[in-house]
Design a protein around this ligand. Sequence first.
Ligand code: ADP
Ligand code: ZN
Ligand code: ZN
Length: 735
Amino acid sequence: MRVAIAAPLAGLFDYLPPVAAAQDGLIPGVRLLVPFGRGRRVGILVETAADSDQDAARLKSVIAQLDPLPVLAAADLSLIRWAADYYRQPLGEALFSALPVRLRRPDAPLEEGVPGLRATAAGCALDLAELGRAVGQRRILEILRAAPAGLATGVLKAQLGPATAPLKVLRERGLIEPCRVLPAECDAPAIPDPTGPDLNPEQAQAVAAVQGAGTGFTPFLLDGVTGSGKTEVYIRLIQDVIAAGRQALVLVPEIGLTPQLRRRLERRLPGPHAVLHSALPEAERERAWHSAAAGRATLVLGTRSACFVPLPRLGLIIVDEEHDASLKQQDGFRYSARDLAVRRAQQVGCPVILGSATPSLETLHNARAGRYRRLRLSTRAGGAAAPAIALLDIRGQAMSAGLSPRLREQVELHTAAGNQVLLFLNRRGYAPVLTCHDCGWVGACPHCDARLTLHLRLQRLWCHHCGWFQPLPSTCPDCRSSDLRRLGLGTERLEEELRELFPHLSLARIDRDSTRRKGELDRLLTLIRQGEVQLLLGTQMLAKGHDFPGVTLVGILDLDQSLYAADFRAPERTAQLIVQVAGRAGRAQRPGRVVLQTRHPEHPLLKSLITSGYPGFAELALAEREAAGLPPYAHLALLRADAPDAQVPMAFLHQARALAMALLVDQPGLRVQVSSPVPAPMERRAGRYRAQLLLECARRPGLQTLLAAWVAQLRSIPRNGGLRWSLDVDPQDLT
Ligand code: ADP
Ligand code: ZN
Ligand code: ZN
């Protein structure tokens, strides 16, 4: 039998069945404890092949079967195998990254729910009067009778206080008994309110199109401007799926998006719902996972890794904000949750909906080619007007707090009228650079080719790339001058300057630093929604998913840098960011206005965005990609390597290139182009030198064929000099 081991090792390992069990009693997907090297490892049974290439006498036996039933069903195994194959990752690592952490260890029996107590049949039938003056017992029985599925012991004890003696008596009398309580039944079941607003004609059309396509595999692009009611469309479709006794999977890019969306789904859709993201405590995540895998959860809402959660009755997959780069895992097992969602829907045979106000160029290309059906929501739901975006040329303007005089005036006007203003600056910290006015010293990270960002409140110079920091120097480390100056603007400094500029306005800043404390983001968002804040400023945390109905003016302070970033996706990202930020304005009945400050008003992509919106921009950007032979017109794979010494990764990549070229000589039909190795745009990060090699091919299968043979060869190259390498198939960025 073939077993994948919980380790970043390629390939499967052959074992003999455990002595106790007959081989045919074992189903693929169960966890096994196996001898491995000198130790033991947890593995997952992948295939029950009767024969092995290896000498039977030398095969070892499985030590134990860890689960009575598979933790991964056949469909889950086949999806993960496909993913490991496509992204060229070790299967063991892929399988185990799809499981809750505890299941990656051997000593973890599958346990569902938490220990609790419930009333027995006798306890339910008992006339409470019979308990007489035993008030404690009576109270417990009353509580437990009201919770037929049982109550977690912790919850019960919290209600009872310290007196636990009556519990013991009741148990001895057989009136209550221990049980395991499942999470959904721990909470009071919320009563869902299924009714929502009447759908507008476009929404109704979108819903009808999905319903009309049937329950089999059909991929859709739901292309709807911000606030057009995409979520409402999802809700209607999920209602159908749940009513049909099936499960829905909703993938979102960021944890920050889940609280609002989660509450909205909870109000409208019958539960239990399972929420899965990495910021949850491990136990909570595992409970949600079991609830999904056992088929109990009607809805799974999760971030990218949720795309692997076992769902025995899966009936619909939705990927919201499908353009978002965080749907792609950027380290370890590098996969795109969006692309896997489509693949999974195809394997299972169910509809999949990719939703966005700013669809990725890949998805637009698929829609144009007829592979995805495109559904459009072109107007805002509830009649709110779409915001107009205006470019504001700031060349030669006297700026204060990052604002040109015109924008400053607008801020005064809008706040004076009782509205909220949102200012967007995509740079956290105080100032990007601290420099010495006398000798020109600038704070640079000793481990990266990067400058340190000044964080004034924490009195730190901080590297945003590796996390290294140092206390703020009071004099120049080079020349001892005390004339240290701050260049540039981060949100922390912007907040300070805005408070000076607009002392009469209340202000909230939302970025990674200001919301570090748990619950802080929610608190700020509530303040904003209640109108306690007139001026809100922040980074892209503000741009995603949150609704700010009181905002009528959005000021985008400085995106020029990202327009000219080296990465080929930079313009697409920038355009998406602008449109997403702009979408925060005027969501209620008040019309919104968006002002984009720039020193490059002539930039063609900016101009296309302003004059013909995101669709016009996308048209132009796709044409540029096609001319340049870039995705979606070509398929890429990036081999990254790094080591403490700059020579090591380059030498490895040269060797890798030679191997690829040799394979291509044998199979010239593959038509893969292999670039020369180059240092990464930021060559040194966290003390390691980084280099990369790009592979490009017009056809996916050609690239895949080459990668299969090539990666096997790369794995057998000895890794000397602290070399690390990784392959990124369909990379999101080339950095
Ligand atoms: P999106 O997901 O596209 O950003 P939402 O579904 O969140 O849009 O809808 C934006 C706002 O419009 C929400 O407050 C929602 O309740 C409201 N809304 C959605 N559909 C309708 C409708 N048909 N009629 C009235 N209001 C609607
Ligand atoms: Zn100096
Ligand atoms: Zn650094």
